[in-house]
Design a protein around this ligand. Structure first.
Ligand SMILES: *Cc1c(COP(=O)(O)O)cnc(C)c1O
Length: 370
Protein backbone atom coordinates (compact mmCIF):
# COMPACT_ATOMS: atom_id res chain seq x y z
CA UNK A 1 0.00 0.00 0.00
CA UNK A 2 2.99 2.29 0.52
CA UNK A 3 6.67 2.29 -0.53
CA UNK A 4 8.49 4.40 2.00
CA UNK A 5 11.83 2.83 1.22
CA UNK A 6 11.56 3.70 -2.45
CA UNK A 7 10.63 7.23 -1.53
CA UNK A 8 13.65 7.50 0.77
CA UNK A 9 16.01 6.35 -2.00
CA UNK A 10 15.22 9.52 -4.02
CA UNK A 11 16.21 11.85 -1.18
CA UNK A 12 18.76 9.64 0.56
CA UNK A 13 21.75 11.97 0.67
CA UNK A 14 19.69 14.98 1.71
CA UNK A 15 17.90 12.90 4.34
CA UNK A 16 20.98 11.17 5.72
CA UNK A 17 22.69 14.51 6.15
CA UNK A 18 19.71 16.01 7.99
CA UNK A 19 19.53 13.01 10.33
CA UNK A 20 23.28 13.00 10.92
CA UNK A 21 23.16 16.67 11.86
CA UNK A 22 20.70 15.95 14.66
CA UNK A 23 22.81 13.09 15.97
CA UNK A 24 25.95 15.22 15.85
CA UNK A 25 24.36 17.99 17.92
CA UNK A 26 22.38 15.58 20.17
CA UNK A 27 19.62 18.18 20.60
CA UNK A 28 17.05 15.42 20.47
CA UNK A 29 14.26 17.41 22.12
CA UNK A 30 13.42 20.95 20.99
CA UNK A 31 16.44 21.22 18.73
CA UNK A 32 16.60 24.03 16.15
CA UNK A 33 15.12 21.75 13.46
CA UNK A 34 11.77 21.85 15.25
CA UNK A 35 11.27 25.59 14.89
CA UNK A 36 12.73 25.43 11.40
CA UNK A 37 10.10 22.89 10.41
CA UNK A 38 7.36 24.91 12.11
CA UNK A 39 8.40 27.84 9.93
CA UNK A 40 8.18 25.62 6.85
CA UNK A 41 4.71 24.57 7.94
CA UNK A 42 3.63 28.19 8.27
CA UNK A 43 4.93 29.05 4.83
CA UNK A 44 3.16 26.04 3.40
CA UNK A 45 -0.19 26.88 4.96
CA UNK A 46 -0.09 30.65 4.62
CA UNK A 47 -1.23 30.64 8.20
CA UNK A 48 -0.09 32.54 11.26
CA UNK A 49 0.98 29.87 13.75
CA UNK A 50 2.04 26.24 13.57
CA UNK A 51 2.83 24.16 16.63
CA UNK A 52 4.21 20.65 16.28
CA UNK A 53 3.39 17.83 18.68
CA UNK A 54 3.84 14.11 19.21
CA UNK A 55 1.16 12.75 16.86
CA UNK A 56 -2.14 13.58 15.20
CA UNK A 57 -4.29 12.17 17.98
CA UNK A 58 -2.50 14.39 20.49
CA UNK A 59 -3.03 17.36 18.19
CA UNK A 60 -6.79 16.81 18.41
CA UNK A 61 -6.64 16.39 22.17
CA UNK A 62 -4.50 19.48 22.67
CA UNK A 63 -6.88 21.50 20.47
CA UNK A 64 -9.83 20.53 22.64
CA UNK A 65 -7.88 21.23 25.84
CA UNK A 66 -6.84 24.64 24.53
CA UNK A 67 -10.45 25.53 23.78
CA UNK A 68 -11.37 24.74 27.40
CA UNK A 69 -14.06 22.20 26.63
CA UNK A 70 -15.59 20.86 29.84
CA UNK A 71 -16.82 17.35 30.63
CA UNK A 72 -20.31 16.91 29.23
CA UNK A 73 -19.78 19.34 26.35
CA UNK A 74 -20.86 17.91 23.02
CA UNK A 75 -18.67 17.67 19.95
CA UNK A 76 -20.09 16.82 16.53
CA UNK A 77 -18.09 14.54 14.23
CA UNK A 78 -18.63 12.16 11.32
CA UNK A 79 -19.43 8.58 12.24
CA UNK A 80 -17.43 7.22 9.29
CA UNK A 81 -13.83 8.05 10.16
CA UNK A 82 -10.68 6.92 11.91
CA UNK A 83 -11.17 6.37 15.64
CA UNK A 84 -8.76 9.08 16.85
CA UNK A 85 -11.30 11.86 16.50
CA UNK A 86 -13.84 10.15 18.76
CA UNK A 87 -11.17 8.83 21.10
CA UNK A 88 -9.92 12.19 22.32
CA UNK A 89 -13.47 13.49 22.72
CA UNK A 90 -14.28 10.54 24.96
CA UNK A 91 -10.95 10.74 26.83
CA UNK A 92 -11.65 14.35 27.80
CA UNK A 93 -15.07 13.42 29.13
CA UNK A 94 -16.82 15.18 26.26
CA UNK A 95 -19.70 13.61 24.41
CA UNK A 96 -19.17 12.53 20.81
CA UNK A 97 -22.22 13.32 18.69
CA UNK A 98 -22.12 11.39 15.46
CA UNK A 99 -23.40 12.57 12.09
CA UNK A 100 -23.69 10.52 8.93
CA UNK A 101 -21.55 11.24 5.86
CA UNK A 102 -22.33 11.92 2.21
CA UNK A 103 -22.35 8.89 -0.01
CA UNK A 104 -20.31 10.56 -2.75
CA UNK A 105 -17.60 12.45 -0.85
CA UNK A 106 -17.44 10.24 2.29
CA UNK A 107 -17.34 13.51 4.24
CA UNK A 108 -19.61 14.92 6.94
CA UNK A 109 -23.16 15.59 5.72
CA UNK A 110 -23.40 19.22 6.78
CA UNK A 111 -27.16 19.30 6.17
CA UNK A 112 -27.57 16.94 9.09
CA UNK A 113 -25.40 18.89 11.51
CA UNK A 114 -27.81 21.58 12.65
CA UNK A 115 -30.39 19.08 13.93
CA UNK A 116 -27.72 17.63 16.25
CA UNK A 117 -26.83 20.93 17.88
CA UNK A 118 -27.96 21.39 21.50
CA UNK A 119 -27.14 24.05 24.11
CA UNK A 120 -24.22 21.83 25.14
CA UNK A 121 -22.62 21.68 21.70
CA UNK A 122 -19.23 23.40 21.60
CA UNK A 123 -17.61 22.32 18.35
CA UNK A 124 -17.80 20.56 15.02
CA UNK A 125 -14.89 18.40 13.89
CA UNK A 126 -14.93 17.87 10.14
CA UNK A 127 -12.55 15.15 8.99
CA UNK A 128 -11.27 15.71 5.46
CA UNK A 129 -11.42 12.03 4.68
CA UNK A 130 -9.14 10.31 2.15
CA UNK A 131 -7.65 13.62 0.98
CA UNK A 132 -10.58 15.83 0.02
CA UNK A 133 -12.01 18.70 2.07
CA UNK A 134 -15.44 18.48 3.64
CA UNK A 135 -18.08 20.97 2.54
CA UNK A 136 -16.47 23.81 4.50
CA UNK A 137 -18.44 26.72 3.09
CA UNK A 138 -21.72 25.48 4.56
CA UNK A 139 -20.08 23.97 7.62
CA UNK A 140 -18.47 27.26 8.58
CA UNK A 141 -21.82 29.01 8.11
CA UNK A 142 -23.52 26.52 10.47
CA UNK A 143 -20.70 26.97 13.00
CA UNK A 144 -20.94 30.73 12.84
CA UNK A 145 -24.74 30.78 13.18
CA UNK A 146 -24.47 28.60 16.27
CA UNK A 147 -21.25 30.08 17.69
CA UNK A 148 -19.34 26.82 17.56
CA UNK A 149 -15.64 26.17 17.18
CA UNK A 150 -14.43 24.23 14.16
CA UNK A 151 -11.51 21.85 14.61
CA UNK A 152 -10.41 20.45 11.27
CA UNK A 153 -8.94 16.96 11.28
CA UNK A 154 -6.81 17.17 8.16
CA UNK A 155 -4.55 14.22 8.92
CA UNK A 156 -5.52 12.74 5.53
CA UNK A 157 -5.70 15.97 3.55
CA UNK A 158 -2.39 17.73 4.07
CA UNK A 159 -2.09 20.15 1.15
CA UNK A 160 -5.68 19.92 -0.09
CA UNK A 161 -7.12 23.28 -1.13
CA UNK A 162 -10.67 24.50 -0.84
CA UNK A 163 -12.17 27.26 -2.99
CA UNK A 164 -14.91 29.41 -1.47
CA UNK A 165 -17.75 31.09 -3.38
CA UNK A 166 -15.97 34.44 -3.23
CA UNK A 167 -13.02 32.88 -5.02
CA UNK A 168 -10.72 32.75 -2.01
CA UNK A 169 -8.67 29.59 -1.70
CA UNK A 170 -7.60 28.07 1.61
CA UNK A 171 -5.55 25.07 2.59
CA UNK A 172 -7.03 22.25 4.64
CA UNK A 173 -6.41 22.98 8.30
CA UNK A 174 -6.60 26.77 7.99
CA UNK A 175 -10.34 27.26 7.58
CA UNK A 176 -11.58 26.57 11.10
CA UNK A 177 -10.50 27.62 14.58
CA UNK A 178 -7.68 25.07 14.74
CA UNK A 179 -6.41 22.51 12.22
CA UNK A 180 -4.92 19.22 13.41
CA UNK A 181 -2.77 16.93 11.33
CA UNK A 182 -0.61 13.83 11.59
CA UNK A 183 2.80 12.93 10.21
CA UNK A 184 2.35 9.18 10.69
CA UNK A 185 4.70 7.54 8.14
CA UNK A 186 2.00 6.65 5.61
CA UNK A 187 0.33 10.06 5.64
CA UNK A 188 0.86 12.39 2.66
CA UNK A 189 3.59 14.15 4.61
CA UNK A 190 4.94 11.43 6.87
CA UNK A 191 7.96 11.20 9.14
CA UNK A 192 9.92 8.13 10.24
CA UNK A 193 7.89 7.60 13.39
CA UNK A 194 5.08 9.57 15.02
CA UNK A 195 4.46 13.26 14.61
CA UNK A 196 1.68 15.82 14.46
CA UNK A 197 0.89 19.51 14.31
CA UNK A 198 -1.74 22.16 14.96
CA UNK A 199 -2.25 25.32 12.93
CA UNK A 200 -4.28 28.37 13.86
CA UNK A 201 -4.31 32.08 13.19
CA UNK A 202 -5.32 32.99 16.73
CA UNK A 203 -2.25 34.21 18.61
CA UNK A 204 -3.53 33.59 22.15
CA UNK A 205 -4.72 30.14 21.21
CA UNK A 206 -1.38 29.33 19.59
CA UNK A 207 0.45 30.27 22.79
CA UNK A 208 -1.89 28.14 24.85
CA UNK A 209 -1.43 25.19 22.51
CA UNK A 210 2.33 25.47 22.82
CA UNK A 211 2.14 25.57 26.61
CA UNK A 212 -0.29 22.65 26.87
CA UNK A 213 1.76 20.44 24.57
CA UNK A 214 4.80 20.94 26.83
CA UNK A 215 3.48 20.02 30.29
CA UNK A 216 1.53 23.26 30.68
CA UNK A 217 4.74 25.19 31.24
CA UNK A 218 5.80 28.49 29.75
CA UNK A 219 8.94 28.53 31.86
CA UNK A 220 10.56 25.21 32.75
CA UNK A 221 9.22 23.79 36.03
CA UNK A 222 6.48 26.44 36.32
CA UNK A 223 3.21 24.80 35.33
CA UNK A 224 0.43 27.27 34.57
CA UNK A 225 -1.92 24.81 32.95
CA UNK A 226 -2.55 21.10 33.02
CA UNK A 227 -0.74 19.91 29.95
CA UNK A 228 0.57 16.83 28.22
CA UNK A 229 3.98 15.65 27.07
CA UNK A 230 3.60 15.83 23.32
CA UNK A 231 6.53 17.19 21.37
CA UNK A 232 7.81 16.48 17.91
CA UNK A 233 11.25 14.87 18.20
CA UNK A 234 14.05 16.88 16.63
CA UNK A 235 14.88 13.90 14.41
CA UNK A 236 11.34 13.77 13.05
CA UNK A 237 11.32 17.54 12.51
CA UNK A 238 14.57 17.28 10.54
CA UNK A 239 13.08 14.47 8.44
CA UNK A 240 9.88 16.38 7.82
CA UNK A 241 11.73 19.53 6.87
CA UNK A 242 13.45 17.58 4.11
CA UNK A 243 10.24 15.96 2.93
CA UNK A 244 8.04 19.07 2.95
CA UNK A 245 10.24 20.47 0.18
CA UNK A 246 9.03 17.60 -2.01
CA UNK A 247 5.37 17.70 -1.03
CA UNK A 248 4.20 19.12 -4.37
CA UNK A 249 5.73 16.28 -6.34
CA UNK A 250 4.44 13.74 -3.81
CA UNK A 251 1.01 15.22 -4.30
CA UNK A 252 1.14 15.14 -8.07
CA UNK A 253 2.46 11.57 -8.07
CA UNK A 254 -0.55 10.49 -6.04
CA UNK A 255 -2.91 12.44 -8.27
CA UNK A 256 -1.39 10.82 -11.35
CA UNK A 257 -2.09 7.37 -9.86
CA UNK A 258 -5.69 8.39 -9.16
CA UNK A 259 -6.14 9.74 -12.69
CA UNK A 260 -4.77 6.50 -14.09
CA UNK A 261 -7.18 4.39 -12.04
CA UNK A 262 -10.11 6.69 -12.86
CA UNK A 263 -9.47 6.35 -16.58
CA UNK A 264 -8.92 2.61 -16.50
CA UNK A 265 -12.07 1.98 -14.46
CA UNK A 266 -14.33 4.40 -16.33
CA UNK A 267 -16.26 1.52 -17.87
CA UNK A 268 -15.96 -1.02 -15.08
CA UNK A 269 -19.55 -1.42 -13.95
CA UNK A 270 -19.05 -3.17 -10.61
CA UNK A 271 -17.22 -0.26 -9.02
CA UNK A 272 -17.54 3.50 -8.56
CA UNK A 273 -14.40 5.60 -8.69
CA UNK A 274 -13.84 8.41 -6.16
CA UNK A 275 -16.03 11.49 -6.50
CA UNK A 276 -14.13 14.68 -7.28
CA UNK A 277 -15.57 17.66 -5.44
CA UNK A 278 -15.36 20.77 -7.62
CA UNK A 279 -14.62 22.95 -4.56
CA UNK A 280 -11.72 20.94 -3.17
CA UNK A 281 -8.59 19.52 -4.66
CA UNK A 282 -8.04 15.86 -3.82
CA UNK A 283 -4.62 14.85 -2.48
CA UNK A 284 -5.54 11.16 -2.50
CA UNK A 285 -4.35 9.91 0.82
CA UNK A 286 -6.48 6.95 -0.19
CA UNK A 287 -7.99 5.85 -3.48
CA UNK A 288 -11.28 4.41 -2.33
CA UNK A 289 -13.73 2.59 -4.56
CA UNK A 290 -17.32 1.62 -3.86
CA UNK A 291 -18.22 -1.90 -4.97
CA UNK A 292 -21.59 -2.71 -6.51
CA UNK A 293 -23.02 -6.21 -6.40
CA UNK A 294 -19.65 -7.72 -5.52
CA UNK A 295 -18.73 -9.71 -2.44
CA UNK A 296 -15.91 -7.62 -1.00
CA UNK A 297 -14.13 -10.46 0.76
CA UNK A 298 -14.17 -12.52 -2.42
CA UNK A 299 -12.86 -9.58 -4.42
CA UNK A 300 -10.08 -8.93 -1.89
CA UNK A 301 -9.08 -12.59 -1.96
CA UNK A 302 -8.91 -12.41 -5.74
CA UNK A 303 -6.66 -9.34 -5.52
CA UNK A 304 -4.50 -10.98 -2.91
CA UNK A 305 -4.11 -14.10 -5.03
CA UNK A 306 -2.60 -11.82 -7.70
CA UNK A 307 -0.31 -10.10 -5.22
CA UNK A 308 -2.35 -6.90 -5.11
CA UNK A 309 -2.80 -5.42 -1.63
CA UNK A 310 -6.00 -3.68 -0.64
CA UNK A 311 -7.43 -2.25 2.57
CA UNK A 312 -10.81 -1.39 3.96
CA UNK A 313 -11.03 2.09 5.49
CA UNK A 314 -13.17 1.68 7.56
CA UNK A 315 -14.89 -1.67 8.12
CA UNK A 316 -16.88 -0.54 11.17
CA UNK A 317 -18.52 2.88 11.62
CA UNK A 318 -17.88 4.42 15.04
CA UNK A 319 -21.38 3.79 16.44
CA UNK A 320 -20.83 0.04 15.97
CA UNK A 321 -17.43 0.04 17.71
CA UNK A 322 -17.60 -1.66 21.09
CA UNK A 323 -15.93 1.25 22.87
CA UNK A 324 -18.13 3.92 21.32
CA UNK A 325 -21.62 2.51 21.54
CA UNK A 326 -24.19 5.01 22.70
CA UNK A 327 -27.45 3.74 24.11
CA UNK A 328 -30.35 4.29 21.75
CA UNK A 329 -28.10 4.44 18.68
CA UNK A 330 -28.16 1.16 16.81
CA UNK A 331 -28.37 -0.33 13.37
CA UNK A 332 -29.93 1.99 10.82
CA UNK A 333 -28.99 5.18 12.68
CA UNK A 334 -26.43 6.17 10.04
CA UNK A 335 -27.45 4.30 6.88
CA UNK A 336 -24.86 5.80 4.53
CA UNK A 337 -21.91 5.07 6.80
CA UNK A 338 -23.21 1.60 7.50
CA UNK A 339 -23.48 0.93 3.78
CA UNK A 340 -20.07 2.41 2.99
CA UNK A 341 -18.40 0.33 5.67
CA UNK A 342 -19.65 -2.70 3.75
CA UNK A 343 -18.77 -1.71 0.22
CA UNK A 344 -15.65 0.48 0.22
CA UNK A 345 -12.20 -0.77 -0.70
CA UNK A 346 -8.95 1.16 -1.03
CA UNK A 347 -6.30 0.35 -3.63
CA UNK A 348 -2.56 0.98 -3.41
CA UNK A 349 -1.72 4.63 -3.98
CA UNK A 350 1.61 6.19 -3.14
CA UNK A 351 4.39 8.31 -4.52
CA UNK A 352 6.47 5.49 -5.99
CA UNK A 353 3.97 3.62 -8.18
CA UNK A 354 5.00 3.07 -11.77
CA UNK A 355 2.93 2.42 -14.88
CA UNK A 356 3.77 -1.29 -14.99
CA UNK A 357 2.34 -1.77 -11.51
CA UNK A 358 -0.71 0.30 -12.38
CA UNK A 359 -1.38 -1.55 -15.64
CA UNK A 360 -1.08 -4.85 -13.84
CA UNK A 361 -3.48 -3.86 -11.05
CA UNK A 362 -6.03 -2.41 -13.46
CA UNK A 363 -5.89 -5.37 -15.86
CA UNK A 364 -6.49 -7.82 -13.02
CA UNK A 365 -9.34 -5.78 -11.59
CA UNK A 366 -11.06 -5.33 -14.94
CA UNK A 367 -10.91 -9.08 -15.50
CA UNK A 368 -12.57 -9.85 -12.17
CA UNK A 369 -15.77 -11.86 -12.38
CA UNK A 370 -17.95 -11.87 -9.32
C1 LIG B 1 -3.98 9.28 11.08
C2 LIG B 1 -5.17 9.99 11.53
C3 LIG B 1 -5.27 10.56 12.83
C4 LIG B 1 -4.28 10.32 13.92
O1 LIG B 1 -2.99 10.49 13.68
P1 LIG B 1 -1.85 9.76 14.55
O2 LIG B 1 -0.66 10.58 14.21
O3 LIG B 1 -1.77 8.37 14.09
O4 LIG B 1 -2.22 9.88 15.98
C5 LIG B 1 -6.39 11.28 13.14
N1 LIG B 1 -7.40 11.43 12.28
C6 LIG B 1 -7.36 10.89 11.06
C7 LIG B 1 -8.52 11.10 10.14
C8 LIG B 1 -6.27 10.14 10.64
O5 LIG B 1 -6.26 9.58 9.44
Amino acid sequence: MVDLHGQYQHIKSEMDQAIQEVIDTTAFIKGPQVSRFEKSLLDFHNDAYAITCGNGTDALQIAMMALDFKPGDEVILPVFTYVATAEVIALLGLKPVFVDVKEDTFNLDVDQVESKITPKTVAIVPVHLFGQCADMESLLAVAERNKLFVIEDYAQAFGAQYTFKDGSVKKAGTMGTIGCTSFFPSKNLGCYGDGGALVTNDKALAEKIRIISNHGQRVKYYHDLIGVNSRLDTLQAAILDVKIKHIKSYESNRQAVADFYDKEFSETTFLTTPFRNSKSTHVFHQYTLKLKGVDRDHFRQYLESHGIPSMVYYPVPLHFQKAYQISGIGKGAFPISEKLSENVISLPIHTEMDNDQLFYICEKIKKYKA
